[in-house]
Design a protein around this ligand. Sequence first.
Ligand code: HMG
Ligand code: MG
Length: 322
Amino acid sequence: MAEGLPGGLPMEVPVPDLPPRVRIHEVGPRDGLQNEKGVIPTGVKAEFIRRLADAGLTTIEATSFVHPKWVPQLADAEQLFPMVSPIEGVTFPVLVPNERGLDRAIALGARRIAVFGSATESFASRNLNRTIDESLAMFEPVVARAKDDKIHVRGYLSMCFGDPWEGKVPIHQVVRVAKRLMDLGCDELSLGDTIGVATPGHVLTLLAELNEEGVPTSALGVHFHDTYGQALANTFAALEHGVTTVDSSAGGLGGCPYAKSATGNLATEDLVWMLHGLGIDTGVDLGRLTATSVWMAEQLGRPSPSRTVRALAGADSSHKEP
Ligand code: HMG
Ligand code: MG
């Protein structure tokens, strides 16, 4: 399968002071599939998730308990979740916008949830039908009840680096909403570059400002979309700052149905190639992961956008268009 280097792995050349290990928060089954035009059979989603777990991913965002009319692609959450959970050593976070979503998630035994806020009013209104204040008020009882049940809560913050309707997003505005999400009791905060416009200096500045306002790096994750090809450079900047939680999507699947110009997430394979080259442990078997994305590309009927998948899979990645 491998092209370029024997064994399909990069040469390991560490850079001093980077974290020894990174936890990859795999979002392919959720962020990746929520935007698909066609309906993907639940069995295919379950198989995708099982293969991701087999490849060594330990945090796999499985689905969303949102309104099925808002995201019809994930309307099968009730059927899917019990098909994959539990798997020993793997956690399956799910998106939950409100108490109704929390009830559904708890009924199936979910132990990790994510609320998802926005740094901008435009996206809050389009994604959640709420103002920023209203959405935080909607999350408040969700986080409180989850914490009472010892459920781990991630807070997503979207549009941290730019917004398709509002343009540039002031850093102090991002920090303000980030702090409010942390104050609700979130265990971690994932900084979303929903439309993929961030650059490394912007990332470093936001991280430093958040630290200054009392949000520790250990609570922060980064969530880059790769629209402008900056996702890996931005990730490297975040690693240099000490971030150890990085979101990515197998095969580079993804987008957001409520954000025009959101393309795929940072591909997990591209991330793993860089991390392993830096000598950073991820626990992921790159060959198995690539095989999973090639298989998923076959299910979707189009090639994976991941450069690493294409390089490693060689001719296998030239799948037929539908
Ligand atoms: P709404 O229309 O304002 O809902 O939507 P509502 O509270 O007025 O309720 C209306 C009806 O929906 C009620 O039913 C509720 O029971 C029902 P009725 O009484 O009329 O029969 N309902 C629900 N049903 C099932 N599950 C639920 C639920 N909630 C209400 N959870 C709402 C508000 C938040 C529900 C809606 O806007 C929504 O579901 N939005 C989700 C949008 C979404 O999933 N977007 C993609 C994820 S965000 C993202 O991708 C960004 C990220 O990747 C990071 C980054 O890249 O930046 C995370
Ligand atoms: Mg996203």
